[in-house]
Design a binder for this molecule. Structure first.
Ligand SMILES: Cc1cc2nc3c(=O)[nH]c(=O)nc-3n(C[C@H](O)[C@H](O)[C@H](O)COP(=O)(O)OP(=O)(O)OC[C@H]3O[C@@H](n4cnc5c(N)ncnc54)[C@H](O)[C@@H]3O)c2cc1C
Length: 538
């Protein structure tokens, strides 16, 4: 459905069953869960889908090795449940979005003999908890094997390693795929429309005042239930509902840096088990590059958090400590920051205590806030939210139970392992392009390939497999409205390589101008915005 059609539906004065505010993993997950049960749903995203935290994660679908350590050390059932839920959801994600996710082998290098039994038994327990959903057995690696699998790791003092498996996924594209799958199930979804107020009748939340950020138009949306899924911004919406509401959110920032692929082998990640501040750190293969993260610093809540020099130094320091390679700031191809929404449970006696799981809070007006959790458990968070809605509100859903466990996510239904070979043979793509299109678009890749065959097959950057055809596809079928939507979230170029992105901007701008009929004012606005994002913060 195009933007104009979605806007027409949203202005139709109808009353939706649910209005979901926020188009990150949580909001799009809720929209999909509700729409697939047959509820009528509107989803409003202020910026672009996943432009908040959900495109800036480490991209691991995991139970959380560190949570497991806490669960065991403190005999903590909540932490244990988090790991168990994460491992279950990891399995469902790999099954329902096979094009956007993969199993990833991770190596933990060990430099002290004493750590070997500790880490090995912990990861064995991790396997056991996954049960029949386990995706590979952990095992000990000799020093030689560690260096064979991860040749750049520091050999000096290395004793052994442990190999284990987790899931990896393409976070930005998965949010988009969730939104588009929700749309296929009848939801009306839109980006670049912001909620600026909660409407109430007799003290009950009955909708929201919304503004189209692209043209400033304002109108009201009516819904039986309003759901606040705005991640780090949840308090802003809670305060639109009740200016006296107690804040439940704080944020911590986490940055990632992207280096050239020579820093990580293509099929194995590295998990550094203990950083100088007692955290874990990952060096992962990602889109033919090395992704390194992350940090954890208390932060102000802002839409585009800036990576701090101290955070960059911290990551480089650790990489240098664990690698035989000298890594300099000039090696960094891209850097970006995200905000972890940390919630304190409003019902907890000690309000400073952070909830480790997600929370669903219902305000006096009936506004529901779903916050916390992690990317991996978005589906469970959505399920709990919609179950809560059906229990507490007078709504009829044709399917009362959750449908998403068996629901393929757009691009996944007819995905076949060897689809890249078909693309290469039929359209004559280079091998890297065929593999990239296959993994990025799944069973929709042939539509992009057709556009490429119609004269849009040129690369946007000589060093990356991204094509002009993707720009048209993003505008026509994937709700991309701005140049930066295409460069940062329909394709990942901006998160991988700032220099290559700058070089691609004029061509993307031209393609979008021709497609959308932009005037000079809009062209200037887009040029400024993309430069601002690339210079200041994505
Ligand atoms: C550095 C880092 C690494 C992480 N790594 C992992 C990982 O590897 N695995 C994992 O499972 N989890 C990970 N997480 C956690 C995970 O990314 C988050 O839990 C998840 O993305 C939160 O999604 P969300 O939809 O709740 O929030 P968001 O993605 O922030 O979405 C909220 C949306 O609401 C929109 N919004 C705000 N105000 C309004 C308004 N007024 N009107 C309309 N829309 C509005 C925002 O624009 C935003 O798009 C990581 C988090 C960070 C910060």
């Amino acid at each position: 459905m195009g933007r104009q059609q979605s806007l027409a539906q949203l202005k139709d004065n109808c009353i939706f069953d649910l209005l979901v505010i926020g188009g990150g993993a949580t909001g799009c997950g809720v929209a999909l869960d509700a729409a697939s049960r047959g509820l009528s749903v509107a989803l409003i995203e202020k910026n672009d889908f996943s432009e908040g935290t959900s495109s800036r994660s480490t991209k691991l679908a995991h139970g959380g090795v560190r949570y497991l350590e806490m669960a065991v050390k403190k005999l903590d059932r909540v932490q244990y449940n988090l790991v168990r839920d994460g491992l279950r959801e990891r399995h469902i994600l790999l099954k329902n979005a096979p094009h956007l996710s993969n199993r990833l082998a991770l190596v933990t290098p060990l430099y002290r003999w004493i750590d070997i039994p500790y880490v090995f038994s912990g990861l064995k327990l991790y396997d056991m908890l996954a049960g029949k959903r386990n995706i590979g057995h952990s095992r000990l690696l000799s020093r030689k094997e560690v260096l064979r699998r991860f040749p750049t790791v520091k050999a000096e003092g290395l004793k052994a390693g442990v190999l284990y498996y987790d899931g990896q996924f393409h976070d930005a594209r998965l949010v988009l795929a969730l939104a588009l799958t929700a749309e296929q199930h009848g939801a009306t979804i839109i980006n670049h429309v912001a909620v600026s107020g909660i409407i109430k009748e007799n003290g009950k939340a009955t909708g929201a005042k919304v503004t189209d950020s692209l043209n400033g138009e304002t109108w009201q949306l009516n819904a039986k239930v309003v759901i606040n899924a705005t991640g780090p911004f949840a308090d802003q919406i809670r305060m639109m509902d009740n200016p006296a509401a107690t804040k439940i959110l704080s944020a911590s920032s986490g940055i990632h840096i992207v280096l050239d692929k020579r820093f990580a082998p293509p099929d194995t990640g590295l998990m550094i088990p203990e950083t100088e501040d007692g955290r874990v750190l990952f060096v992962l293969p990602w889109e033919n590059h090395a992704l390194i993260g992350t940090t954890d610093e208390p932060a102000e809540i802002s839409e585009h958090p800036r990576p701090l020099e101290t955070e960059i130094d911290y990551l480089l320091r650790h990489v240098t400590r664990y690698f035989n390679l000298q890594v300099e700031k000039s090696d960094i191809k891209a850097v970006w920051s995200g905000l972890r929404p940390l919630v304190s449970d409003p019902k907890a006696i000690d309000t400073a205590q952070l909830a480790r799981d997600h929370i669903i809070e219902e305000s006096d007006s009936g506004l529901l806030t779903i916050a916390g959790g992690k990317w991996t458990t978005y589906r469970k968070m959505a399920l709990d939210t919609v179950d809560h809605v059906l229990k507490r509100f007078d709504l009829f859903a044709p399917q009362s139970s959750c449908q998403t466990e068996q629901l393929p996510i757009r691009g996944g239904a007819e995905y076949s392992e060897n689809g890249n070979l078909e693309l290469r043979d039929k359209y004559g793509f280079d091998a890297d392009v065929a593999t990239y299109l296959h993994r990025t678009y799944g069973d929709q890749a042939k539509l992009v390939a057709q556009l490429a065959a119609e004269g849009y097959g040129a690369r946007l950057s000589e060093k990356h497999p991204v094509l002009e055809a993707e720009v048209l596809y993003a505008v026509r079928f994937e709700l991309a409205e701005r140049v930066i939507d295409v460069l940062a979230r329909r394709m990942s170029l901006a998160l991988l390589d700032t220099k290559a992105t700058r070089q691609a901007v004029p061509r993307v701008l031209k393609l979008m101008t021709d497609e959308l009929g932009w005037d000079q004012k809009r062209i200037e606005e887009e040029t400024l915005l993309v430069e601002k994002r690339l210079t200041e913060a994505l």
